[in-house]
Design a protein around this ligand. Structure first.
Ligand SMILES: [Zn+2]
Length: 311
């Protein structure tokens, strides 16, 4: 059986405001992705007995964030893996120096350990950017894997184009363009080179790249699968036929709907997928999982990383 690891990046809604250069959202909206999106995923996963990996932003687990703490605690108790997605989700994390990187990883690490009851062993960088400094900091903490590499040139070009257009219209995106070196990284799990993580090397930690299709390297992630017509979705999944491992990345916002969840028009205007009815997105996700269940065993990333380390 092939292995599929399903991960959900629980980026707070403020991240999307930052990407589009909008001022911060109202505080009442701060935990909307966890409060409204996460339980929808939980229910779909529970029904299929799938254990997933949740990449959590540390700040969402601070003492006063009771919703985040309760929900993530419940997910951990249900067997899902809680992994580190930095403390504040800085898009420029790959440019931070070692003490700043240690702080981002360390604060989230400690909060996750408290709330989930066990220390995280996996990391995903904000905005898919991985630096040698980050890799070194993760190794020093004994992390088992990183899953930040997203070798998708078409996605990268589209992002560069959007950021360029925004600059022309006088708006600044909070997003940061990742190093183009990462685009040529291997597409299957590998041991990275400590000084150039986009190349093969001898690290103890393994890199689990987010899955892209062969040849064109089209992202096969939640956003593309959930919004594509069924026939395109089937083709994307079919393109992975010969791959032993599918690292399927979803985002908490994938199961958010503008109207039901009270998302302000300002953001919806720039993020049209929020207008797609929830029922449609939920059905597309369920159809995807049901199709995958025929060919794949679902394992959290930490379990698959352990297998890769053993082989
Ligand atoms: Zn993120």
């Amino acid at each position: 059986m092939k292995v599929c690891s399903l991960s959900i990046d629980l980026d707070p809604i403020a991240c999307y405001y930052a990407i589009h250069g909008l001022p911060e959202p109202a505080p009442s909206l701060g935990d909307v992705i966890l409060r409204r999106g996460l339980p929808r995923f939980a229910e779909i996963l529970e029904r299929r007995k799938i254990q997933a990996t949740l990449f959590v932003v540390g700040r969402d687990l601070e003492a006063e964030r009771t919703t985040g703490r309760a929900l993530i605690g419940q997910m951990a108790a249900a067997g899902h893996e809680i992994a580190n997605h930095s403390h504040r989700h800085p898009y420029a994390m790959a440019r931070l120096d070692r003490p700043q990187v240690d702080e981002e990883i360390g604060l989230a690490h400690d909060l996750i350990t408290t709330v989930a009851g066990r220390p995280p062993v996996g990391f995903r960088a904000p905005g898919y950017d991985l630096s040698p400094t980050m890799l070194d900091a993760l190794q020093a903490r004994g992390y088992r894997y990183d899953s930040s590499v997203f070798p998708a040139p078409l996605y990268w070009s589209a992002k560069a184009a959007v950021m360029g257009l925004m600059a022309l219209s006088g708006r600044t995106s909070g997003a940061v363009l990742t190093s183009p070196k990462l685009l040529a990284a291997p597409t299957l799990p590998y041991r990275p080179n400590p000084s150039a993580p986009w190349r093969r090397g001898q690290s103890a930690l393994v890199e689990l790249p987010i899955t892209v299709s062969p040849w064109l390297r089209i992202p096969v992630i939640g956003t593309s699968l959930l919004l594509a017509p069924a026939v395109v979705r089937a083709q994307l999944l079919e393109s992975l036929r010969t791959r032993p491992f599918f690292n399927l990345e979803l985002h908490g916002i994938d199961l958010i709907e503008a109207e039901q969840d009270g998302i302000p028009a300002q953001l919806v205007a720039r993020q049209p997928d929020l207008r797609v009815p929830l029922i449609h997105k939920r059905r597309a996700l369920e159809a995807t999982l049901d199709r995958l269940a025929a060919d794949y065993d679902f394992l959290p990333l930490r379990d698959y990383a352990a297998q890769v380390q053993r082989d």
